[in-house]
Design a protein around this ligand. Structure first.
Ligand SMILES: Cc1cc2nc3c(=O)[nH]c(=O)nc-3n(C[C@H](O)[C@H](O)[C@H](O)COP(=O)(O)OP(=O)(O)OC[C@H]3O[C@@H](n4cnc5c(N)ncnc54)[C@H](O)[C@@H]3O)c2cc1C
Length: 426
């Protein structure tokens, strides 16, 4: 195959956000070869963000799962995307074939690994008791929703995004909620202390007990197979009839590793999202990739990242320029109660912060590395988030001094730069 010539067929392993988008973007770009999208889940490709939010409380989601679907079944027929249910167990790189657990096999011209991540589980006694949940799939969310309907006391282990989002829904449904977090503050790995404190206050004000700096030692049963109590390492015990473990996700790399591909906390890809094999790419939660801006290797878990990766791979496979590398600005959101947190950019260690507008629970924190803006965390300030994304994408200069001036706004700064320094209009 000459460089730049599209492969005759593309097989995508995993039909989550990244796998679906790879197939969809290939067709959007006019790719006419065979596309096989293989899903280990017995469902049409669906989006995960509502699983820890609206899905748990909104009855509209109960009607056959259609609210979650990324596209209806007819889409795959119309686009000639072969949606295959099954788990890929083996990649034969020499023969360019993948094999499924049921023994069937598919040849590929190019293979895209979009295997995502799996929820981490607690490694303590009692972790398999009834009423103990993780949350990654629609099936998990359905089971969690059923448990929540009957629960009176929920313990959430881990105050990351999924733990906090579920805690908010559980409180809204009238459940007593205790959040147990090993770090000294919620969201410690992902937001600055100022934003963490805001979310700690928000959850405490809603009546949730937030225990930071605590770890789980064991889960104790009620004698009938269900969970009754969460025992902490300090010896204290929390009564619970529902436990959600929200302690992060591990990338699914086994398939790649068994095929001899490099793995470094994710499937290793270069800035073109190619593995060491020129016929295999990896996208989304399962992939670690070099960040063009900082040079550091990253693995991100977000819709934006999975979609951005997928689009780049589709462009590359349909004759995109050889210089094409992945350099999208990361962004993310989380909904808790009536509060929306949006993050633009990436904080890999900041040394300066400027907080904009602190009125009525709405603010933005600008994070600086020296004289460079690296990320903006916005709470109920969608306009700031959009302006921050534009500023960061275009690398518009902004230092903490200028951001601290009275009357400074991100929108104003963007507009001023557009007028004064030729920043392109939208
Ligand atoms: C509850 C929840 C809430 C979230 N909320 C947000 C949010 O608010 N904002 C945000 O930006 N992101 C959110 N995310 C993260 C976002 O959903 C993920 O980053 C995104 O789904 C990643 O897409 P992916 O394609 O890499 O992986 P996934 O969507 O996980 O898809 C991977 C698929 O591959 C399948 N698979 C794995 N191995 C095989 C195999 N061997 N054979 C066949 N199939 C296989 C899996 O079964 C799975 O269906 C949330 C995630 C969860 C779980």
């Amino acid at each position: 195959m000459a460089p730049g010539t599209p492969p005759a067929s593309v097989v995508v392993v995993g039909a989550g956000q990244g796998g679906f988008q790879t197939a969809a973007s290939l067709r959007d770009r006019g790719y006419t070869g065979r596309i096989t999208l293989i899903s280990a889940e017995d469902a049409l490709p669906y989006e995960r963000p509502p699983l820890s939010k609206a899905f748990l409380k909104d009855d509209a989601y109960l009607e056959g799962g259609a609210q979650l679907w990324l596209r209806p079944a007819t889409y795959y027929v119309r686009q000639d995307i072969d949606l295959v249910a099954g788990t890929v167990t083996d990649i034969d790189r020499a023969a360019r074939t993948v094999r499924l657990a049921d023994g069937s096999a598919y040849d590929y011209g190019h293979l895209v690994l979009a295997t995502g991540a799996g929820a981490r589980t607690l490694d303590v006694p009692g972790a398999r008791l009834r009423g103990v949940h993780t949350l990654r799939t629609a099936q998990d969310a359905t089971a969690l929703r059923q448990s929540l309907a009957a629960a009176r006391r929920a313990v959430v282990v881990g105050a990351g995004f999924i733990g906090l989002e579920f805690a908010a829904v559980a409180r809204e449904s009238g459940c007593e909620v205790t959040l147990v977090e090993a770090a000294e503050r919620p969201l410690a790995r992902v937001v600055c202390a100022h934003t963490s404190e805001h979310f700690a206050r928000l959850h405490r004000a809603a009546g949730t007990r937030l225990l930071c700096g605590h770890e789980v030692a064991a889960l104790r049963g009620n004698g009938r197979g269900g969970v009754a109590e969460v025992e902490l390492t300090d010896g204290s015990a929390l009564p619970a009839d529902l436990v959600l473990t929200g302690i992060g996700a591990a990338p699914r790399t086994e398939l790649a590793a068994a095929a001899g591909l490099a793995v470094d906390g994710g499937i290793t890809v270069n800035s073109r999202l190619l593995t060491g094999d020129p016929h295999i790419s990896a996208v989304g939660d399962c992939a670690t990739f070099p960040q063009v801006r900082s040079g550091s290797r990253l693995r991100l878990e977000s819709v934006q990242n999975a979609v951005g990766h997928a689009r780049l791979v589709a462009e590359r496979l349909t004759g995109g320029p050889p210089s094409l590398t992945y350099d999208e600005l990361p962004w993310f959101w989380s909904d808790q109660f009536s509060t929306t947190l949006q993050i633009a950019g990436l904080d890999e260690g900041h040394d300066g912060e400027v907080v904009l507008s602190e009125e009525s629970g709405a603010f933005s924190v600008l994070l600086f590395n020296g004289d460079e803006l690296c990320a903006v965390e916005s709470v109920n300030r969608p306009g700031d988030h959009l302006a921050a994304r534009r500023l960061l994408e275009r690398r518009v200069p902004l230092g903490p001094g200028e951001a601290s001036e009275p009357g400074f706004t991100l929108k104003g700064h963007l507009a001023g730069r557009r007028r004064g320094a030729g920043v392109p209009a939208d």
